[in-house]
Design a binder for this molecule. Structure first.
Ligand SMILES: CC(C)(COP(=O)(O)OP(=O)(O)OC[C@H]1O[C@@H](n2cnc3c(N)ncnc32)[C@H](O)[C@@H]1OP(=O)(O)O)[C@@H](O)C(=O)NCCC(=O)NCCS
Length: 275
């Protein structure tokens, strides 16, 4: 098979091929997530010349500061031939940001290290059954008038301008709530459905008490997932206390200029794919 074709920018028409590639690696179809990634990010792929994709990835640039790399996939039958490295270099050359961030599986980590990414933390995915939402009386459903304050808090905590992503959150999320205070908002939190499991995130808040109240007021009944950075033991405690179990651990990595974020107030990502 000729795998020398240059990487190309993919469009929504390539969604089904991306999903077939993901399924080849035993990842879910993640329809809602892929559609959101196509709407906020740049998707790249390498054709295998036989009507399928040999490789794909998503680069989601947030202004000129940071881009989140995700969905790095090479079909099993084409692995260890340099395609992973080639599509990563292509995406990085075509993304005009000072830094990159990603969450690496064990498969991906050596590849990213070779490209110059450094490890900055660990993230464990907890899965279980939610029994919420609990009524704590702390948060309210977000309204359009809250969004400028959500955006401002997100920039301050994430360290980059994610305006397109933030604007999309109220419709992407099943539930999206804010905790208001006299100065604006103390935090925001959302839940969205990925296949048949609810992902709890984003949760960004000024303090752990607000973050935990948000988690409890957004967590639905049914299968749930939380991607918890090891810098948040209070969330680990919450997850274990609610019967969730660790499923797998990934490495949080960065490349380029240090990212001016505040991990202490970034409680849960939107998705590992987006930070
Ligand atoms: C991670 C992944 C994308 C890597 O793709 P890949 O195309 O195999 O990556 P590369 O070929 O560039 O590099 C992989 C290895 O092959 C080696 N390699 C590259 N070209 C080679 C060649 N021509 N001949 C032999 N080996 C080669 C690399 O040196 C590297 O070796 P190492 O892992 O021992 O350091 C792929 O394994 C995958 O899709 N995994 C499942 C999904 C996943 O976990 N993705 C990462 C998400 S963070």
């Amino acid at each position: 098979m000729d795998l020398d074709r240059p990487a190309r920018r993919l469009g929504q028409d390539d969604l089904a091929a991306c999903q077939r590639l993901a399924e080849d690696r035993e990842w879910g179809r993640e329809d809602r997530k892929w559609r959101f990634l196509f709407s906020v990010g740049d998707v790249y792929g390498i054709d295998d010349g036989n009507g399928e994709l040999a490789a794909a990835l998503v680069s989601t640039p947030y202004g000129g500061d940071v881009a989140a790399i995700s969905m790095v996939l090479v079909a099993k039958r084409y692995e260890r031939r340099g395609l992973g490295g080639r599509i990563m270099r292509h995406a990085m050359d075509n993304t005009d940001t000072k830094s990159f961030c990603l969450t690496a599986t064990e498969y991906g980590r050596p590849l990213y290290e070779r490209l110059g990414f450094r490890s900055v933390g660990l993230c464990t995915t907890y899965k279980g059954t939610g029994e919420g939402p609990y009524k704590r009386g702390v948060s309210v459903p977000a309204e359009a008038a809250d969004m400028p304050a959500v955006h401002a808090l997100d920039i301050e905590v994430f360290g980059a301008d994610r305006s397109r992503l933030v604007e999309g959150l109220p419709s992407f999320c099943e539930t999206f709530r804010v905790v208001r205070d006299e100065t604006g908002i103390k935090g925001f939190g959302g839940v969205w459905w990925n296949d048949d499991r609810a992902v709890v995130g984003p949760v960004t808040a000024q303090d752990a008490e607000t973050a935990l109240a948000l988690v409890e007021e957004i967590v639905p009944a049914g299968p749930i997932r939380l991607d918890i950075d090891h810098r948040h033991p209070e969330l680990v405690e919450w997850a274990r206390g609610h019967g969730l179990r660790p499923a797998f651990t990934t490495t949080v990595m960065e490349y380029g200029a240090p990212i001016a974020n505040d991990p202490a107030r970034l409680f849960l990502p939107v998705a590992q794919a987006l930070g």
